[in-house]
Design a protein around this ligand. Structure first.
Ligand SMILES: [Zn+2]
Ligand SMILES: [Zn+2]
Length: 461
């Protein structure tokens, strides 16, 4: 029943009224509006815009990249093409694309891959390590940073039901106005551990909630449809971005199902995605060219010599971000610290150590002979960011220090560095899990760190 001004009406009477108006020549739009408003059965096509021009914005891409631990300022001046390229690169690493596809062409014909089969656990193969919400308490955190881990989780959930129950997934956004419809075509085994889900997809915007609902119900061709409600709009657009990226990898020899081509569906595929490994994070954060726009750099900043620009214009514009480093160099307080590989070497026979409190939760065991080796110096005398972490558990008298490349992972202990230790704790405040500061190598085991100048944007690695 429908309430109008407190009076109950049978929706059918509006339906009859609308039909009567229609027969009397009332404009179609108006008739549809009446039907739409009262949620009655509509026999005509639902009013939706298929394939809306609603793509990831530059800001979306910057936030998603930050969530994948690639350092991009939220208001980055990188060109849109470069931003897209960085997101492509990060996604390729996350789905281990080049590892999985050794083929030189980089393209795949799913038709040549065996079926994944019902007997193997699809969901388990999609279960990859992920971490999210690590930076939620950071003032520069934006929830779009969770689009990547959220999407990976969504895919894992779909994989759980795909084999048995579901052949269509409708991802509806929080406002119930946009839907991405995924039709599962088939599942394949690219190799022993890597499943591939081939999908056809389309995106549609509804002009109203009810028109979108009707649209979705017409797209459920079988009984095996599932709705993924309340998907954040960024995640939805990111999913489309991801599918479009993988669509470019489908080989020309691959035959698409004809009836879906006729219905103007697009095609793509889904691979398991997981957290980026430290080596990948380092590679993706490699700074090439101008610090602001990414074009080839032609000059270095005179103040610190540690950053490149393509032009004076870019240098000027980047100053509000870069000035903290330059000021640190010219007028900051630099404290000398002595780092060491294993503070417990004396007390632990054999000299084995584990890296504690590490974001990836991987425990690295270092052989005792490595402890004496001077770590490589890949920066010369340049300034670069290091991350400092005080252990959450265990002895509180030492702090872990490493760079984005993890070219070294060393500790400094309170006993040998009392001033630096106090300065670090003071700068960490309530959060001992991460502190980013500029450092410079002096000699083998000696660094200096400026504790009083923080970067404008905290990195995410
Ligand atoms: Zn530039
Ligand atoms: Zn500088």
């Amino acid at each position: 029943m429908v309430l109008v001004d407190g009076v109950e009406f049978d929706p059918d009477c509006f339906y009859n009224l609308a039909m009567e108006l229609h027969n009397k020549g009332c404009p179609t739009e108006e008739v549809l509006e009446i039907l739409d408003y009262f949620g009655t059965k509509v026999l005509s096509t639902p009013t939706v815009d298929e394939d809306p021009d609603d793509k990831l914005t530059r800001e979306d891409m910057a936030h998603i990249l930050r969530g994948m631990k690639v350092d991009v300022a939220p208001d980055t001046k990188l060109s849109t093409v470069r931003l897209q390229q960085r997101l492509h690169d990060a996604l390729d690493v996350a789905q281990r694309y080049s590892e999985v596809f050794e083929d030189a062409s980089g393209k795949i014909d799913p038709g040549t891959c065996p079926s994944w089969g019902d007997e193997r656990d699809l969901a388990r193969a999609f279960d990859r390590p992920l971490r999210r919400g690590l930076f939620k308490d950071d003032p520069s955190y934006d929830e779009r940073e969770d689009a990547f881990p959220n999407l990976s989780c969504s895919v894992y959930v779909w994989a759980k039901v795909i084999a048995s129950v579901v052949d269509t997934v409708c991802c509806v956004d929080e406002e119930n106005l946009c839907v991405l419809i995924l039709r599962i075509i088939s599942t394949h085994a690219v190799d022993e551990n890597t499943p591939l889900i081939l999908v056809a997809y389309r995106v549609a915007h509804g002009r109203s909630v009810s028109s979108l609902k009707r649209y979705v119900s017409t797209e459920f061709k079988t009984e095996k449809g599932a709705i993924a409600p309340d998907m954040p709009a960024t995640e939805q657009r990111f999913l489309e971005f991801y599918l479009a990226l993988n669509a470019t990898r489908l080989s020309d020899t691959f035959k698409l199902p004809e009836e879906l081509v006729e219905e103007r569906y697009k095609f793509g595929f889904i691979l398991p995605t997981g957290e980026l490994q430290p080596a990948d994070v380092a590679r993706l954060n490699e700074m090439k060219g101008c610090a602001l726009c990414g074009e080839p750099g032609s000059s270095r900043c005179n103040g610190c010599k540690s950053i490149q620009y393509c032009s004076e214009g870019c240098q000027k514009e980047d100053w509000k971000v870069h000035k903290t480093l330059c000021r640190a160099v010219s007028s900051g307080n630099w404290v000398k610290i002595t780092l060491e590989a294993n503070p417990w070497a004396d007390t632990m026979p054999g000299g084995y150590m584990g890296i504690i409190n590490h974001p990836s939760n991987n425990v690295t065991i270092t052989e005792s002979e490595d402890l004496e080796k001077v770590p490589p110096n890949r920066y010369g005398d340049q300034y670069y960011l290091v991350k400092l972490q005080a252990p959450m558990v265990g002895p509180q008298a030492m702090i872990l220090v490493y760079d984005v490349h993890r070219s070294f992972q060393l500790y400094f202990v309170r006993e040998k560095n009392p001033i630096a230790f106090q300065a670090a704790l003071w700068a960490m405040g309530d959060d001992p899990r991460r502190l980013y500061r500029w450092a410079q190598r002096i000699v083998d085991w000696e660094w200096r760190i400026c504790f009083d100048c923080a970067p404008v944007y905290s990195p995410r690695w």
